[in-house]
Design a protein around this ligand. Structure first.
Ligand code: GTP
Ligand code: MG
Length: 402
């Protein structure tokens, strides 16, 4: 057995580096309109920033619920035992309200890609000390509590998000479902996520630490988290409790029997914050970077049409008349981000469909012409035979006349 080289200590070292500099942590909420995204942000802030020193800068912008119309960024600083976290919360306008929801997710996807791009550009600058970082570390996707299933629009958007960010699906307004309905709904969503190959965030299982592994297991089993948001507090036995009041009783936000709010808050702000930050950098940012810089060889040498042109430029004909590659020819580099790849695929699909439709039309037209020619030929034959009969008759008459 070789001597251990201390690799096991790496996670701690990274933790120390981050804690020295402080960390930036960005959460994004998105989903259909009116599902309680803004309310959730307010609930999370009010429940997490109670002891925040400066109440003036505390997030209480939206006291009344109203439709969010723009991407809205709220910043706060959390400080605990000299560990400073710059927290950004990104609220997005609800989508899915329109008759045509095609591409309604574009502003959100663009926002995520733009942050990766901005960060990458800053990394390429000579001075890289003070970087602005708004890369999204956790994206909470709000699912309508229908009790049935995920909509095609949800699947489409979640697929796109899951290749770019740590995606955390949550069931919005879960107080509108009974515990039984909620359990069935959760398991259906989990099945669809698996069947559709949507890559959601999974807390890592630290096998060396049974307590933390158990916590991660519980978090994984609770996905998608059922959430209740509320900005109101009610007095129960002299204690103020945040919740939603119904004639039959109070649904409590911070009660594990009623919803998963506390579990999600713990995942985001305590147990998994570091993992969310590191995995964003190591998985999502890296894959964006490699696609963007064209280091992905299969991509850059891909089967795309425009490479034909590049190949021509890189090839020369030698004295034997054979086509060979120029010795100095560089590998073609393609600059594009995943967003453009999707657009390209959509355009290709559209183009193929158009060509197919035109071909179909052309074939129909050709068939019509052949039919018409046959009909005319037949008419012509009939006319000719009529003419022949008439000529015969003329001949007969002429003979009679003589
Ligand atoms: N029953 C129930 N209602 C909720 C919950 N969270 C929010 N609401 C209500 O839902 C309505 C919409 O809430 P918002 O927070 O404005 O929803 P939003 O997702 O930000 O909406 P857009 O900005 O339009 O996308 C408000 O009347 C909230 O009081 C919840 O957990 N349960
Ligand atoms: Mg809103």
């Amino acid at each position: 057995m070789p001597e251990p080289v201390g690799i096991a200590n790496l996670p701690n070292q990274r933790y120390k580096i981050i804690s020295k500099q402080g960390a930036t942590f960005t959460i994004m909420v998105c989903g259909e309109g009116g599902l309680g995204k803004t309310t959730y942000i307010n609930t999370l802030f009010q429940s997490s920033l109670k002891s925040y020193q400066d109440p003036q800068t505390r997030h209480n912008k939206f006291t009344n619920s109203h439709q969010t119309v723009d991407i809205d960024i709220t910043r706060a600083i959390l400080e605990e035992k000299n560990f400073k976290i710059r927290l950004n919360i990104i609220d997005t306008p609800g989508f899915g309200n329109n008759v045509n929801n095609h591409e309604s997710w574009t502003p959100i996807i663009d926002f995520i890609d733009d942050q990766h791009e901005a960060y990458m550009k800053q990394e390429q600058q000579p001075s890289r000390l003070e970087k602005k970082d708004l890369r999204v570390h956790a994206c909470l996707y709000f699912i309508r509590p229908t009790g049935h299933s995920l909509k095609p629009l949800d699947i489409e958007i979640m697929k796109r998000l899951s290749t770019r960010v740590n995606l955390i699906p949550i069931i919005a307004k879960s107080d509108t479902l009974s515990p039984k309905e909620l359990e069935i709904f959760k398991s259906r969503i989990r099945d669809i996520i698996e069947a559709q190959d949507i890559n959601i965030y999974t807390p890592p299982l630290d096998l060396d630490d049974p307590a933390s592994a158990e916590h991660s297991k519980q978090l994984i089993e609770s996905m998608p988290f059922a959430i209740i948001g509320s900005e109101d507090e009610y007095e129960i036995n002299g204690q103020l409790i945040r919740g939603r009041k119904y004639p039959w009783g109070l649904v409590e936000v911070e009660n594990d029997q009623h919803c998963d709010f506390k579990k999600l808050r713990s995942l985001l702000l305590r147990t998994n914050m570091l993992d969310l930050i590191l995995s964003t950098n190591e998985i999502h940012f890296e894959s964006f970077r490699s696609v963007k810089l064209g280091t992905n060889e299969t991509e850059s040498n891909g089967e795309n049409g425009e490479n034909g042109e590049l190949k021509d430029k890189d090839e020369v004909t030698n004295e034997n008349g054979e086509v060979v590659k120029k010795p100095t020819a560089k590998k073609p580099r393609r600059l594009h981000n995943p967003k453009f790849k999707e657009e390209e695929d959509a355009l290709k699909k559209f183009f193929t469909e158009q060509v197919k439709a035109e071909e179909q039309r052309f074939r129909q037209w050709e068939t019509n012409i052949v039919n018409e020619r046959n009909r005319l030929n037949q008419d012509l034959e009939e006319l000719q035979s009529q003419m022949k009969t008439l000529e015969d008759q003329v001949k007969k008459l002429q003979l009679q006349k003589r």
